[in-house]
Design a protein around this ligand. Structure first.
Ligand code: HEM
Length: 205
């Protein structure tokens, strides 16, 4: 395997790992909405887990590797004038739009993540007051706009990313391409809408 193929596969794996994290994170947020008391106990236990710092280092590295490799690919495609994907998707308006705005949705998500982590990780909420802390941090129209923008960007970013990730890994072929497209769009819609709804639910409940 040449270095370019390896890099492309690595970028796809990093994206798929992040989709997994985003799904687990959403499950935690649902839990917070459905059963706040048990969620506080679970969050306090999680924070005292000795493996958590290692998990956070792996997660932060995955985000950084994903951003670095994606930027590298975008710059390379720009310099070689690559329009192949757009051409083969002429009637797929959502796919074309998601692909066109992918650099923008990536920038929005990266900016959101910096603010989100500065708000909720440094410092970490005090034990048993995680949801009060979160509610306070979500105050202010500009923060709600930021979280809403991030949810919409996440939807578009995942529509493009999950499908192109499967293509780069060589999993996508003529017989399964439509199934992969529909399933990835279903997952992206569910995750995007859920983050949007939960932001407002946790803020105003
Ligand atoms: C409804 C929207 C969201 C809410 C309410 C929310 C809530 C939270 C909370 C409470 C924490 C702190 C966890 C802790 O106590 O350690 C956190 C951390 C984090 N969130 Fe979110 N989040 C949301 C959306 C997102 C999205 C869309 C992403 C990714 C694109 C994301 C990525 C992260 C990351 C990477 C961390 C740091 C994890 C760690 O270091 O432990 N969040 N979030």
């Amino acid at each position: 395997m040449d270095i370019e193929t390896f890099t492309q596969k690595f970028e796809s794996y990093s994206g798929l790992v992040l989709v997994f994290f985003i799904a687990v994170h959403l499950a935690g947020i649902f839990f917070a909405g459905i059963n706040p008391d048990n969620f506080e106990t679970y969050a306090s236990n999680l924070h005292s887990n000795i493996f958590l710092p290692y998990f956070e280092i792996v997660l932060a590295s995955t985000f950084l590797i994903h951003i670095f490799l994606t930027l590298k690919k975008v710059l390379k495609n720009r310099s070689s004038g690559n329009k192949a994907i757009i051409k083969t998707r002429r009637n797929d308006y959502l796919g074309v739009l998601a692909s066109k705005i992918q650099p923008l949705t990536g920038i929005i998500l990266a900016s959101f993540l910096i603010i989100h982590i500065l708000q909720l990780r440094f410092p970490r909420p005090i034990d048993n007051l995680e949801l009060t802390f979160l509610k306070n941090k979500l105050e202010g129209g500009h923060i709600l706009v930021l979280y809403s923008l991030a949810s919409v960007s996440l939807f578009f970013h995942m529509v493009q990313g999950i499908e192109s990730g499967h293509r780069s890994l060589g999993i996508l072929n003529q017989s399964n391409s439509l199934n992969i497209r529909y399933i990835s769009r279903f997952i992206s819609t569910f995750i995007g809408i859920s983050y949007l709804v939960m932001t407002f639910y946790l803020r105003f409940r």
